[in-house]
Design a binder for this molecule. Structure first.
Ligand code: ADP
Ligand code: MG
Length: 321
């Protein structure tokens, strides 16, 4: 009896099931129908680059990380080209605390001296990146972890001398990324950049994801976070903004209704769509397979941001060639 026979009637192995524990699984014919319904979306996204910023709760929950990892491999296997960019602020804070070093924040940014930079680089490149690469490669041997320093992907400069080695992106070199994508691989990028003299900087991952998406002329840049998307009122989870434009977001930034960690995301979304990325998305990383829900449904989920005014209903152009 081969493995296929073994599994007959039992569905995929635990963890691979689409339905939750105890939920009835759709009949085989319904599952086949569902797959056929995916066909127009698969044709639409084939060959398109999608940059995903992995962060928030999704990154610290093993089951959510596993779901995200499976999604990336699935997307790569059906012809999309995902690129993962990750942060790791909380993990850096944790190691700093264990080493007895206190972090000072100014305007939400960690003041980064040489020792803090070393810690950040060790945590991001040596730990968080490895964990994500490992999680993806459980589903298929496709993930390749790199630091923004590798192949000089990210050139950076000091954002503000008072903050030390906190960088801002001055250039994204897509050569290495394009070579990895051409090989069918999934680059996973830690957001450490270097200046032209080789000095390293720690850079906000939201900013890097937007800059990488623009440089790669990506179809989408997707932010996984720990809220449903952009909220009109941060205290009202029901006030999700489903679709908006760069202009309207720029106006919203001036109202103070966007705060904390949402600010660099919104700024990055604005510059990405103005820089040629077709759409930017803020998605709820607490929801398993949320990236697939965005890509494979007409109505989408979370917040979608485009450069121009919303043209009628939100939906993908399923009839385009
Ligand atoms: P991530 O790990 O995804 O970068 P952050 O904590 O940095 O998460 O950013 C997301 C947070 O931004 C939300 O949890 C929320 O507290 C805050 N926030 C501030 N303003 C808004 C807003 N208007 N809509 C949604 N979230 C907001
Ligand atoms: Mg953040």
């Amino acid at each position: 009896m081969n493995a296929g026979d073994d599994r007959r009637g039992q569905g995929p192995a635990a963890g691979g099931a689409a339905a939750g524990i105890g939920e009835p699984r759709p009949a085989a014919s319904e599952r086949a129908e569902l797959l056929v319904e995916m066909l127009p979306y698969i044709s639409r996204w084939r060959g398109k680059v999608m940059v995903v910023k992995f962060g928030g709760s999704a990154m610290v929950d093993a089951a959510l990380t596993d779901g995200f990892a499976a999604d990336m491999v699935l997307l790569r296997q059906i012809g999309l080209a995902p690129v993962v960019v990750h942060g790791g602020g909380p993990q850096i804070g944790e190691l700093m605390a264990r080493l007895g070093k206190t972090s000072e924040f100014r305007d939400g940014l960690r003041v980064t001296d040489a020792e803090t930079l070393d810690i950040a680089r060790m945590v991001l490149v040596g730990k968080v990146n490895r964990d994500i690469v490992g999680a993806i490669n459980v589903h298929g041997p496709l993930a390749v972890g790199i630091s923004g320093e590798d192949g000089r992907v990210i050139t950076a400069t000091a954002r503000n001398p008072e903050l030390g080695f906190v960088g801002e992106v001055t250039d994204v070199n897509t050569d290495l990324l394009e070579r990895l994508l051409a090989e069918g691989l999934i680059p996973v990028i830690s957001t450490i950049g270097a200046d032209t003299k080789g000095q390293a900087y720690n850079i906000n991952a939201d900013t890097v994801a937007g800059a990488v998406a623009s440089a790669l002329e990506a179809e989408k840049v997707v932010y996984l976070t720990d809220v449903a998307g952009l909220l009109d009122d941060v205290d009202d989870p029901g006030s999700l903004v489903r679709r908006t434009t760069a202009d309207s977001l720029a106006a919203r930034l001036r109202t103070g209704r966007v705060a904390g960690g949402m600010i660099p995301k919104i700024e990055a979304c604005i510059s990405a769509v103005r820089g040629g990325v077709n759409s930017a998305h803020l998605l709820d990383g607490r929801v398993r397979h949320v990236v697939l829900a965005e890509l494979f449904t007409d109505e989408g989920v979370g917040t979608m941001i485009t450069a121009d005014r919303p043209a009628g209903r939100r939906g993908h152009q399923l009839n385009s060639p």
